[in-house]
Design a protein around this ligand. Structure first.
Ligand code: TYM
Length: 332
């Protein structure tokens, strides 16, 4: 059976971008057709300036929202990264295979490091090695497929490179994974700045739809989305990024096709109203289920405990094999 692994970082409240770019595929397809693991990657949240209590709160909230969105612990394994030591164990070995130049070329590193420096802060070493830990997350489970949004494709490519290099040097140890991207909405853009991704760690509130926003807030944000000059509704990602973003959001929420939807909704106002209602409807059951689950924190804790136990059992033999292959003396 195909092994699937993916993760989500607790650095902010989850957004419509996370949902359409990743979570929806996990819930609707991956958990049913594959042996899937989904992980709240809390160690990755420590790579930038962070508040310990907030990371803990957001980790719990992310796990709760993943269940609310429809991940079913009977079908998949849901757990928290720091509960399974194998991620950090394997990350060090992969640091011995990756190069400094490779890390410095990563787009997200360049963007985030520049942002930290602009703020007058210093760049944590873990921000540089972030993609190695992510490769460890993936490779520890013999993962075939990694369902992610477009912004993570370069990181998954690195995981592939490291797997191939390790296997060539030390003998076949890792499955070589590949990224799988959704057909539409692989990169949901900020509603106020359609040139940049809708990111949960950004500050631009009005341009970001959060999964727990009230319906009226969602409507307001979408109705106020920046559109392009011109009046015609056409699907052109380069020339009309604001309108294209709304068409993609609507298409993803209604299982439609952005180009076809452009001919159905003839004005920007009609398109926005349709997109707003579609998003509200998609998020309605997620918010309701989230509220129910918040009333039962023991359930979520139990799922995470079980998930970590299962994940540990899967990762340990792979990571132990990597320790042997690279030349470390077996424990006695
Ligand atoms: P993160 O937490 O930023 O995002 C989680 C998932 O949501 C997708 N995503 C988006 N998709 C479309 N449009 C957007 N605006 C948007 N914003 C986020 C991301 O592509 C991702 O699939 N490094 C990863 C977490 C990670 C991981 C892993 C993922 C750590 N280890 C191993 C896969 C496998 C990250 O920061 O995702």
């Amino acid at each position: 059976m195909t092994r699937v692994f993916s993760g989500i970082k607790p650095t902010g409240h989850l957004t419509l971008g996370n949902y359409l770019g990743a979570m929806r595929q996990w819930v609707q397809a991956d958990q049913h057709r594959s042996d899937a693991l989904f992980c709240v990657v809390d160690l990755h949240a420590l790579t930038v300036d962070h508040d310990p209590a907030r990371v803990r709160r957001l980790s719990r909230q992310a796990a709760t929202l993943l269940l609310a969105a429809g991940l079913d612990p009977e079908l998949c394994t849901l757990f928290v990264q720091s509960h399974v030591d194998e991620h950090a164990r394997l990350s060090y070995l992969l640091e011995c295979v990756a190069t400094d130049g490779e890390m410095r070329r990563m787009i997200q590193y360049k963007v985030k490091a520049a942002r930290e420096r602009e703020r007058g802060g210093s760049v944590r070493l873990s921000l540089l090695t972030y993609p190695v830990l992510m490769a460890a997350d993936i490779l520890a489970y013999g993962t075939d497929e990694v369902p992610v949004g477009d912004d993570q494709a370069q990181h998954v490519e690195l995981a592939r490179d490291l797997a191939v290099r390790f296997n060539q040097r030390y003998g076949h140890t890792f499955v070589v994974p590949r990224a799988t991207l959704p057909a539409v909405a692989a990169r949901v853009m900020n509603l106020q700045e359609p040139g940049s991704k809708m990111g949960k760690s950004d500050d631009s509130g009005p341009g970001i739809v959060y999964l727990l926003d009230e319906p009226d807030v969602v409507r307001k944000k979408i109705m106020r989305a920046v559109t392009d000059s011109g009046r015609e509704v056409v699907y052109d990602r380069e020339g009309r990024p604001g309108v294209a973003n709304l068409l993609e959001i609507l298409a993803a929420c209604t299982d439609g096709n952005p180009a076809e939807l452009a001919s159905v909704h003839r004005s920007y106002g009609a398109l926005k109203a349709a997109a707003a209602e579609a998003v509200v409807e998609v998020l309605r059951p997620v918010r309701a289920r989230h509220q129910e689950l918040c009333a039962d924190p023991g359930y979520v804790e139990g799922v995470l405990r079980e998930g970590a136990n299962k994940a540990r059992e899967m990762a340990r033999p792979v990571v132990d094999a990597a320790y042997r292959a690279i030349g470390l003396l077996p424990r006695v």
